[in-house]
Design a protein around this ligand. Structure first.
Ligand code: DMJ
Length: 485
């Protein structure tokens, strides 16, 4: 692995690196397709839907402030809140802030800041799941710092990251899943690719902002250790022992547990211009397209299923809400044919019941396992639809995204907030609201209708929790969403 020891004062190096990456690698990669400008939507409709999305977001936020203020998340129907661990880490306010900024919700931003700066601290004697804390809290704080400029966001981010760094101290370099924020004691036997690689954007941005390469270096070392253990197909499996480096579950897929590992290879390249990441992404992408993409199980349709990481043999015709993220890779990668093929399936899965189930068998369109018929407000299908619309410029995808938002408005709204669904067929309500409703789901809905002037998405890479991260360390940086200005 190349050591990134020139992070400080490296603007010339970075500029050259990115320029070279684009100029040299473009001939044999396809990361080249620009996103299209949004057009064909009337100002009146945009305005109306901007307000509708903001109203939905604010209704959820009021539920949080009324019933769960200071806790991690809200249960709107029973009018209470809950924490993930024995004390709050303010999951909802931290996750919500970047969307408030995008929507221009000044009053709500002030409420969130007041909570964060008066109550959030990390000297907590309990174990947390470092991946979730990195994408939601570390990512949220870094993004808030970049958007809002308040130094206190960055100070909190540095404190949090320093407390989580012991996870990288394993014999293989593959990080542990759990860490005690006070003592630094690590835990969790075994891990998955997502929890190995999906902190690379956050730790990388922290390295760039602080000038200290250790965050990016440690995280990248773990990613490389995992990449080096890929299967003969080029795919990653589901579960690996971080002490021995041995695979314990060789099932390969793009679903939860692996998903954002692939996403961060591509986005890491776009944000940092690191050629290693582009190479690792390219190998992984080709393997996904060869072994996981399924165009034969259902005639005329394209899905992404499961296979063994070594033999490539198909083991499940399973697809779900989380898997939809793959289309942002297709679009950012310039593969619009595959993006549109998969988008047709995503649309079919969402509207079969009017709203999206967690996981289906795509040969029968039934829940893949008992209990898989819930909708927990995941954003990935809407995110995919947004990217495909921006990639193709075809208004039919705008209409699909609009309908997805309307189905959330219709089925997930209760008198005093928004909630998840236990069953997409019966629309039975589930009295809880994940913080990613605020961070992601509402943000992607809003992006369909937002004015480009409000928020220039082209200058940002969104982390997997949809927190915008921006390269601020190189004035000449052009590595945005495919170089669109
Ligand atoms: C979010 O926390 C992130 O998008 C993560 O990558 C996957 N799970 C949820 C949303 O579904």
């Amino acid at each position: 692995m190349k050591k990134m020891n020139t992070i400080k004062n490296q603007s010339i190096f970075t500029t050259t690196c990115i320029a070279l990456a684009f100029l040299i690698l473009l001939p044999f990669t396809s990361i080249a397709s620009p996103l299209k400008k949004r057009d064909g939507i009337s100002k009146k409709e945009k305005k109306e839907y901007q307000e509708r999305v903001k109203t939905a977001f604010k209704k959820g936020w009021r539920a949080y402030m009324n019933y769960a203020k200071g806790l991690d998340a809200v249960n709107p129907i029973s009018e209470k809140g809950h924490n993930w661990y024995k004390e709050s880490l303010l999951m909802t306010p931290v996750d919500a802030f970047s969307t408030m900024y995008l929507m221009g919700l000044d009053d709500e931003m002030a409420e969130a800041k007041e909570l964060i700066f008066s109550e959030l601290e990390f000297d907590k004697d309990f174990e947390v799941q470092q991946f979730e804390i990195a994408i939601r809290i570390l990512g949220g704080l870094l993004s808030s710092y970049q958007l809002d400029g308040d130094q206190r966001f960055l100070d909190l981010a540095i404190d949090l990251a320093d407390r989580m760094l012991p996870v990288f101290d394993s014999p293989t370099g593959i990080p542990y899943r759990l860490v005690n924020l006070k003592t630094g004691a690590v835990g969790g036997q075994g891990t998955n690719p997502c929890e190995v690689g999906s902190m690379l954007l956050e730790y990388g941005v922290l390295s760039k902002l602080t000038g200290d390469p250790k965050y990016y270096d440690l995280c990248k070392r773990g990613v490389k250790a995992l990449y080096d253990r890929r299967g003969e197909t080029g795919l990653q499996g589901s579960w690996i022992d971080q002490d021995t480096g041995k695979w314990e579950d060789t099932r390969a897929h793009i679903s939860g547990g692996i998903d954002a590992y692939y996403e961060y290879l591509l986005k890491g390249y776009l944000l940092f211009g690191d050629e290693d990441l582009l190479e690792w992404y390219t190998v992984s992408r080709d393997a996904v397209n060869k072994y996981l993409v399924d165009t034969t199980s259902v005639e005329g349709e394209m899905w992404v299923g499961w296979a063994d990481m070594n033999s490539g043999e198909r083991i499940m015709t399973r697809f779900g809400a989380l898997d939809c993220f793959w289309n942002l890779c297709n679009v950012l990668d310039g593969d619009l044919e595959r993006a549109e093929g998969l988008q047709a399936s995503i649309n079919k899965m969402w509207f079969a019941n009017g709203i999206e189930p967690e996981a289906i068998n795509y040969t029968t369109m039934q829940p893949y396992y008992e209990g898989a018929e819930y909708y927990m407000m995941r954003p990935e299908a809407i995110e995919s639809t947004y990217y495909v619309w921006r990639g193709t410029g075809n208004k039919k995808y705008y209409e699909q995204g609009k309908k997805m938002f309307e189905s959330i408005e219709k089925y997930c709204q209760v008198e005093n907030g928004y909630v998840q669904l236990r069953d997409v067929k019966t629309k039975e309500k589930w009295d809880t609201l994940e913080s990613f409703f605020f961070a992601e789901t509402m943000k992607y809905c809003y992006l369909f209708f937002a004015d480009t002037e409000t928020f220039d998405l082209e200058k940002y890479v969104l982390n997997t929790e949809a927190h915008p991260l921006k390269n601020t360390w190189d004035k000449d940086w052009k590595g945005n969403l495919n170089g669109v200005k």
